[in-house]
Design a protein around this ligand. Structure first.
Ligand code: SF4
Ligand code: SF4
Length: 335
């Protein structure tokens, strides 16, 4: 069954980039060291910053990100700290290299989900996007993690470069024992925004003709599948997560954003200074969240205007949803 996942007002989601270093150079990578920093946070700092979000209640979820978070030698300690200080769920987003024996140093009781990134059903599709040899290593470690009993999800970032292979993924995921599938949309940020990139965003008709059908197929195989809503239907209410939800995107240089589309600009609304979280004064992202425009999401209009189409009268044909709004398709026995 398909349903739109409503924003949760009372749950905090902490997307914690503990470093920006990575062993891969994916062609769509959104990491921008000029804006996000180049440092690797030490474990004391990571723990203090985690505490800043867990202090006010138990309903906090943390997603450890990078760069490649498993390149951090103390990721296992960070996970343990989050676990012992009451984080409700702990996710590690990995490119699959699983450095520092992270699968052996942690347990399914501490990590709720290891989320592996893979952008094709074969090395021939995946490796030109993510790097030579990455398919083999990612899929081997994914299956090792399944055997160890970890919860596993897989993220597939769809672009014009790999759209036609998306429908081959559900059978593979079922064979590997993956429980959740996230179909992600490529953003016009980082490497993907460079003029030389041939990985482009999909048009609405490309998206509509492939993504929902693949999600249904995966769900019928028992895999819960989530994808961004992207376009609102007539009558659906537009909401900006920056106003109605609590999402925090933390970077090693101390910047904390509420909206991922703002991350390439110095308009973060919060900042860690001396390990204390402080609001930033002046022009920052919160100011954009308050603007009501017929196109829906203000940041999409500003930085991804190609997502909006207009009729002959100049009115937008549809509203662009918040990039954090998701559709979830559940297996029939979980609906
Ligand atoms: S694995 Fe992630 S952080 Fe590393 S290059 Fe790829 S997209 Fe960027
Ligand atoms: S993507 Fe758009 S709607 Fe969502 S938080 Fe950012 S500005 Fe708000």
């Amino acid at each position: 069954m398909k349903q739109t996942v409503a924003f949760q007002a009372h749950a905090k989601n902490v997307f914690f980039h503990i470093l920006t270093q990575c062993n891969l150079s994916c062609r769509h990578c959104y990491i921008n060291p000029e804006q996000h920093g180049r440092q690797t946070l030490d474990i004391k700092t990571i723990c203090k910053w985690l505490d800043a979000f867990s202090a006010q209640g138990a309903d906090s979820n943390v997603i450890f990100l990078g760069g490649e978070p498993t390149m951090h030698p103390d990721l296992d300690q960070a996970i343990r700290h989050a676990h012992s200080t009451g984080y409700k769920s702990i996710t590690v987003d990995t490119n699959g290299y699983c450095f520092h024996d992270i699968l052996d140093k942690t347990s399914p009781g501490e990590v709720d989900v290891f989320s592996f990134s893979l952008d094709g059903p074969t090395p021939e599709v995946n490796d030109p996007i993510r790097g030579k040899g990455s398919f083999k290593i990612c899929t081997e470690n994914l299956q090792k993690a399944v055997k160890k009993g970890f919860g596993i999800s897989l993220i597939y970032t769809v672009s014009t470069g790999n759209l036609k292979f998306l429908d081959q993924m559900p059978e593979l995921l079922a064979k590997w024992g993956v429980q959740r599938f996230f179909i992600q949309v490529i953003g016009l940020r980082g490497n993907a925004a460079s003029n030389s990139s041939d990985l482009n965003q999909l048009t609405r008709s490309q998206w509509d003709s492939v993504v929902p059908v693949t999600a249904e197929k995966a769900a019928l195989l028992g895999i819960e599948t989530t994808y961004p809503k992207v376009f609102l239907e007539p009558g659906e209410k537009f909401e900006c997560a920056g106003k109605v939800a609590e999402n925090y995107f933390i970077f090693p240089n101390g910047r904390v954003y509420r909206c991922p589309l703002c991350e390439d600009y110095p308009i973060h609304s919060l900042m860690f200074e001396d390990d204390r979280l402080k609001p930033v004064s002046g022009l920052h992202e919160d100011r954009f969240f308050d603007l009501n425009i017929p196109e829906g999401c203000v940041m999409n209009k500003l930085i991804q205007p190609g997502n909006v189409e207009y009729g002959p009268d100049g009115d937008p044909l549809y509203q662009v949803a918040c990039c954090l709004l998701k559709e979830r398709v559940s297996p029939p026995d979980q609906s």
